[in-house]
Design a protein around this ligand. Structure first.
Ligand code: BEZ
Length: 188
């Protein structure tokens, strides 16, 4: 005898999928973008190769670290404007108490490394890859960019002091080049 499964949807985030007479309910997590005062997520990023993990909690413990997120390595806006601004301002930022400047993108570590070599980032900006978007998803700063293949980072800048977010500038349209540029950082 066939007995259809019954279920009751609870909450506005419940989704019901009808499958062979059964209702399967899944609950989608409600995310909120990272904000000033939040602790930085303990994700691993990759520098130069998949063998070289960089843990963000360890990287930011007891230090001031500037992050900037870009939609994609080698894209025109990121290559002509966003990354060069941080390379040019790196020494000044470091003289203002910044220990590390980190460029993050949802790309693989080899691509990030090659992009860094092209822009002479050595000793100035660390090129860290988030290949599966784990860090960007934990920050809830992702966006869907089909021309770049799908899930990518919004363009943003973020100052983290001793693992806490101290300043955050997210581009209103996700990819523009305004509030997240190097010369717009306040670095209080
Ligand atoms: C850029 O040039 O930075 C860009 C290109 C395509 C999508 C997003 C950003």
């Amino acid at each position: 005898m066939f007995l259809p499964c019954r279920s009751i949807a609870r909450g506005v985030t419940s989704l019901a999928t009808r499958l062979n007479g059964c209702s399967i309910h899944t609950t989608t997590a409600t995310m909120a973008p990272v904000k000033v005062g939040d602790k930085i997520p303990a994700a691993d990023l990759y520098e130069d190769s998949p063998a070289n993990k960089v843990n963000i909690s360890e990287l930011t413990s007891g230090k001031k670290v500037v992050f900037f997120g870009v939609p994609g390595a080698f894209t025109p806006g990121c290559s002509k404007t966003h990354l060069p601004g941080y390379v040019q301002n790196a020494d000044k930022m470091k003289s203002q108490g910044v220990s590390e400047i980190v460029c993050v993108s949802v790309n693989d570590p080899y691509v990030m490394s090659a992009w860094g070599i092209q822009h002479n980032t050595k000793g100035k900006v660390r090129m860290l890859a988030d290949p599966n978007g784990v860090f960007i998803k934990a920050l809830d700063l992702g966006t869907n960019l089909p021309p770049l293949g799908g899930f990518r980072s919004k363009r943003f800048s973020m100052v983290v002091n001793d693992s806490k977010v101290e300043e955050l500038n997210v581009e209103p349209d996700g990819t523009g080049l305004s509030c997240s540029l190097a010369d717009k950082l306040k670095l209080k």
